[in-house]
Design a protein around this ligand. Structure first.
Ligand code: FDA
Length: 384
C-alpha cells in the first residue's frame, strides 16, 4: 500500500504527528510492534498522565543544542494541548509546580489521541514489526508499505520491559544521522557501601535542594534500599555524569536552627536538634555521620557552622544509576544538528523526520517530556 507518510511508533509523539498530518489531508500509516497504542502514556503520572506543564519553556529541556526545542514548543504550546484536552471534555487539575494531570485516567489521553487520528483517517497498525527499511527514488519502504515521508517516533530504550527499544538510533544511523550518546535520565542513583547507613533508611523522604554539577532542584529526596530517588534526585540525575558528586541540602538555614537549639536545650546532643526538623531515622544516621563530639551548649559557633555546612551539603558519590530499567526517559539520541527545528526533517535526507524522545531533547520531570512529544509531533505532522 502507498501512503503519504509512514510513522514508526504509536507513542505520544507518533499519535500526535499522525493525527496532525491526517487531519491536514495526508494518508498516514501509523505502525507499532506493541499490541496497544500509547503504552507509556497509559502508565504515566501514576495512571493519571502528567500531560504537560504550564511552565514549559526551552530552558527546561536538556540537549546539545539548548535552542533547538524553542521553535516547536512555541508553535504548539502547553496551552494548545490543554485546549485539546478540554475540547474532549477531559477533567484535569494542576498539582504542584505547574504539573497538569487528568482527574480520572491516562486512558482518556490515549482515547483522545486515537480519536484525533480517526478524524484524520489514520490507519493504525499495531502488533506490527517495522522490518527492513529501504529508500530509493524518494520513496521509503517499511512495514510492507511505501511513502515519500518516514517519521521516526519509536522513543528511547528506557523501560525495555514495556517494549522500548533503541531502533530509532539504528534507523537514524542507517541514513547517516549522528547520535548523541544516549543515557538513562530521570533515574534513581545507587549508593555504595560507604553510604550503607542511608540505604538502611529506605522509605525516608525529606524536603531538600539537590544539586549536581551546578544544577539545583528544590523538591523531595527519597532514600531507597539501593540509593537515592524522589523528584529532586530524578531531576538532577539528568545532569549527572559518572564520578560527579550529588549534594543534598537537607536542612536549609541549618546554622540558625542549630544556634536556636543550643540556646533552648544546651544539654542535648546533635541528634535532638536534628529530630526537630528531620525524620527520626535520618536524624539518627546524620548524627552518627556528622558526629558533634559535645553537648550543644559546649559547641562553639565554628563547630556549629561546620555541622551546618555538612547538613546543607550532604555529599554522595553514587556508584551509578538504576539504568534503563528504571529511567523515566532517555537523554541524548538523534543529534538535533541533523534536523530542522521547524519541521523535524533531516537536513540531508529529504522525507525523513524524527520526533519525541528519540531526539536529543529531554525534559525535566513534570509533564515536559509529553509536551515535547506533542510539540515535535505537531511540527512534523504539519510539514508532511
Ligand atoms: P514512546 O516511547 O512513548 O513511544 C514509542 C513507541 O514506539 C512505543 O509505542 C513503542 O512500542 C514503539 N516502538 C519502540 N520500538 C519499536 C520497534 N522496534 N518496532 C515497532 N515499534 C516500536 N512524561 C511526562 O511528560 N509526564 C509523565 O507523567 C510521565 N510519566 C512517565 C512514567 C513512566 C513510568 C515512564 C517510563 C515515562 C514517563 N514519562 C512522562 C516520559 C514519557 O512517557 C516519554 O517521554 C514519552 O512517552 C515519549 O514519547 P514518544 O512517543 O517519543 O516515545
Amino acid at each position: 500500500m502507498h501512503y503519504d507518510a509512514i510513522i514508526l511508533g504509536a507513542g505520544g509523539a507518533g499519535l500526535m504527528c499522525a493525527a496532525t498530518a491526517g487531519q491536514a489531508g495526508a494518508r498516514v500509516l501509523l505502525v507499532d510492534h506493541a499490541p496497544k497504542a500509547g503504552k507509556k502514556v497509559l502508565i504515566s503520572g501514576g495512571g493519571r498522565c502528567n500531560f504537560t506543564n504550564t511552565g514549559t519553556e526551552a530552558s527546561r529541556f536538556l540537549s546539545e543544542n539548548p535552542h533547538f526545542a524553542k521553535s516547536a514548543l512555541s508553535r504548539y504550546t502547553q496551552w494548545d494541548f490543554l485546549e485539546l484536552v478540554q475540547a474532549h471534555g477531559i477533567a484535569w487539575h494542576e498539582k504542584t509546580l505547574g504539573q497538569l494531570f487528568c482527574d480520572d485516567s491516562a486512558r482518556q489521553i490515549v482515547a483522545m489521541l486515537l480519536d484525533e487520528c480517526a478524524k484524520g483517517g489514520v490507519e493504525v497498525r499495531l502488533s506490527t514489526e517495522i522490518g527492513e527499511i529501504s529508500h530509493a527514488d524518494g520513496i521509503y519502504r517499511a512495514a510492507g508499505a511505501t511513502a515519500p515521508a518516514l517519521v521516526i517516533a519509536t522513543g528511547g530504550p528506557s523501560i525495555p520491559k514495556m517494549g522500548a527499544t533503541g531502533i530509532a538510533y539504528d534507523i537514524a544511523r542507517q541514513f547517516g544521522l549522528n547520535i548523541v550518546p544516549p543515557r538513562p535520565a530521570l533515574v534513581p542513583f545507587t549508593l555504595g557501601d560507604d553510604d550503607a547507613a542511608f540505604r538502611d533508611i529506605s522509605g525516608v523522604a525529606v524536603p531538600s535542594v539537590a544539586s549536581v554539577r551546578g544544577k539545583s532542584f528544590e523538591e523531595a529526596s527519597l532514600f531507597t534500599h539501593r540509593g537515592l530517588s524522589g523528584p529532586a534526585i530524578l531531576q538532577v540525575s539528568s545532569y549527572w555524569a559518572p564520578g560527579a558528586p550529588v549534594t543534598i541540602n537537607v536542612l536549609p538555614d541549618a546554622g540558625a536552627k542549630l544556634r536556636d537549639a543550643r540556646k533552648r536545650m544546651p544539654r542535648a546532643g546533635l541528634k535532638a536538634a536534628l529530630v526537630e526538623h528531620l525524620p527520626k531515622r535520618l536524624a539518627d544516621v546524620l548524627a552518627v555521620r556528622i558526629a558533634l563530639p559535645t553537648e550543644l551548649g559546649n559547641a562553639s559557633d565554628t563547630m556549629l557552622d561546620g555541622v551546618a555546612a555538612r547538613l546543607e551539603n550532604l555529599t554522595f558519590h553514587p556508584t551509578g544509576t538504576e539504568g534503563y530499567a528504571k529511567a523515566e526517559v532517555t537523554a541524548g539520541g538523534i543529534d538535533t544538528a541533523a534536523l530542522s527545528s521547524k519541521t523535524m526533517e533531516a537536513r540531508t535526507v529529504p522525507g525523513l523526520y524524527a520526533i519525541g524522545e528519540a531526539v536529543d531533547v529531554t525534559g525535566w520531570l513534570g509533564g515536559y517530556n509529553f509536551q515535547w512529544a506533542w510539540s515535535s509531533g505537531v511540527a512534523a505532522g504539519q510539514a508532511i
